[in-house]
Write a new protein. Structure first.
Length: 205
């Protein structure tokens, strides 16, 4: 092989290697894990729900006497794309808090089954405004297995995808930054509930 051919070969191999690397990283590029699968050191709890790490997964259940509670990141975020992989044990009333500043100023990508109005997981709740976007398609929800929720918040634009299907696309300016977390709702009717999270990662925009 001539020197010129060798240079061309090496450059081609380098381009292919770098290109393949980009494809391999895929949607993981630019994301940071919020949950490390080991402990809850990056989080803080409020209320009396139980939050533990089991088999490298985050698990939330009601506390004694069906007590509720929330688990929040210690860090606040403004513009981001968040991905959470989770499953639940029903009946369940939970959700992913985001841009949480207080119980009166926050958003939640719901994980629930609501009767009036009828809506399912992926619905966006805002305190004082109730549901500002509703997922009306029950078929998207995997009740028995794992679900993937993606939340994108940029400026006043809020979007949510559940298992690859967009379920929310709304503009709202209630809060522009805050913490991310999970909820365990009170009530004996939700006593068996469990929220299990195996992945939680974020990409700031």
């Amino acid at each position: 092989m001539s020197k010129k051919s060798l240079i061309v070969f090496c450059l081609t191999a380098l381009v292919l290697t770098v290109g393949c690397g980009k494809v391999f990283r895929g949607s993981g590029a630019g994301y940071t894990k919020l949950f490390n699968g080991k402990d809850l050191d990056a989080f803080e709890a409020t209320g009396n729900a139980k939050w533990v790490v089991e088999d490298r997964m985050l698990v939330g259940t009601q506390g004694e006497n069906n007590a509720p509670g929330d688990l929040f990141t210690k860090q606040a975020f403004t513009n981001f794309e968040l991905i959470a992989a989770y499953r639940t044990e029903w009946p369940c009333n939970s959700g992913i808090w985001f841009r949480f500043q207080s119980p009166q100023k926050a958003y939640q990508a719901d994980i629930l089954e609501w009767k009036n109005p009828v809506c399912w997981s992926g619905t966006v709740y805002c305190p004082g405004k109730m549901f500002i976007a509703m997922n009306e398609d029950e078929s998207i929800v995997n009740r028995e297995g794992w679900n993937t929720m993606k939340v994108r918040a940029e400026g006043d634009h809020i979007q949510v995808w559940l298992n690859g299907t967009q379920v929310a696309d709304v503009h709202d300016a209630t809060t522009d930054s805050g913490k991310i977390g999970f909820q365990v709702h009170p009530g004996a009717e939700f006593g068996p509930m469990k929220i299990v999270v195996k992945e939680l990662k974020i990409k700031e925009l």
